[in-house]
Design a protein around this ligand. Structure first.
Ligand code: HH2
Length: 283
């Protein structure tokens, strides 16, 4: 809850001790489930990134491959053509701003880090060969996220005996693998991967028992933004899930998350600042 472990990302130390870190989502894709097609033009994408920074985003997460349920993989050259101009332009406009690259591919991560990114947000948790080496060589920060299966089929019939224990065990194993590959522990963040091979109940259980992930000793990130589980609860489409997202985010922050990944930065920042003030008041 209050306090929080620092996160090292190249030359920067991101410190959630004072306040929850808010990661603004920038999908440079034609098909992301919520913002697909909106930010394909690099100028529009950069303007959106800078607006999210004005609204209080601490990190901008740039993605060039949708991993929504049912999506097909994107070739690396296509992904690179989408993200590199945007990362380069944001880094030129705001050299001090932490940019993360949302990718599963080491070659995309490497080029994004060379273009000015400081963090690799890997929904594959470093399972692609060479990913950890790229992160280590750059001294980058890294997000290790849990996903059951592959985006194309992950929602077909996800099954766990104990979703919380299994996600925690997976993340522990990936932390150990990253450290064995030479990545410093302070560079690593864990994420339960809301919606990645999970039913509504699995997502709710992971949020309900989020504190179990803080036992891993690294900052916990969550990304519930506009996802299907919110639509299932409220009966609302993607465009009307920001209030539901705020509800999930505030719950997560009160139960151990210190980093949240969202589309609507403005409402999230306003909500988590209030949660932060409550969590940090001294008696
Ligand atoms: N969710 C998505 C993508 N990347 N990264 C982390 N660390 N955690 C998440 O929960 C997460 C993520 C999926 O959401 P989005 O980027 O909005 O959609 P799409 O995959 O369709 O681009």
């Amino acid at each position: 809850m209050s306090g929080g472990l620092a996160w090292h990302a190249r030359d920067l130390v991101l410190d959630p001790a004072e306040r929850t870190l808010v990661v603004g989502i920038l999908n440079v894709t034609p098909d992301s489930f919520s913002d697909g097609g909106r930010f394909l033009d690099p100028e529009v994408a950069v303007a959106h990134a800078l607006r999210m920074v004005e609204e209080g985003a601490d990190v901008i997460d740039v993605g060039g491959e949708s991993t929504r349920p049912g999506s097909d993989p994107v070739p690396a050259d296509e992904e690179l053509a989408r993200v590199l101009p945007v990362i380069g332009a944001i880094a030129a406009a705001r050299p001090e701003l932490p940019i993360s690259i949302d990718t599963r591919k080491p070659e995309v991560a490497e080029a994004a880090l060379a273009a000015g990114a400081r963090i690799v947000n890997d929904v594959g948790a470093g399972r692609a060969e060479g990913m950890f080496e790229v992160v280590r060589a750059a001294g980058a920060g890294m997000v290790l996220m849990h996903m059951l299966g592959e985006p194309k089929t992950m929602q077909e019939s996800p099954r766990y005996d104990d979703v919380v224990a299994e996600v925690r065990a997976f993340l522990r194993e990936r932390l150990e693998a990253a450290e064995a590959a030479g990545i410093e522990p302070e560079a690593l963040v864990v994420d339960p991967g809301i919606g990645f091979g999970k039913t509504l109940e699995h997502n709710l259980l992971l949020l309900r028992h989020l504190e179990a992930l803080t036992e891993l000793g690294r900052p916990v990130m969550v990304g519930p933004s506009r996802k299907r589980f919110i639509g299932a609860i409220l009966g609302l489409p993607e465009g009307e899930r920001d209030e539901g997202t705020v509800g999930a985010v505030v719950w997560a922050v009160a139960h151990g998350a210190t980093i949240v990944r969202v589309h609507d930065v403005r409402s999230t920042v306003r909500a988590v600042r209030v949660a932060d003030a409550i969590a940090r008041v001294e008696r």
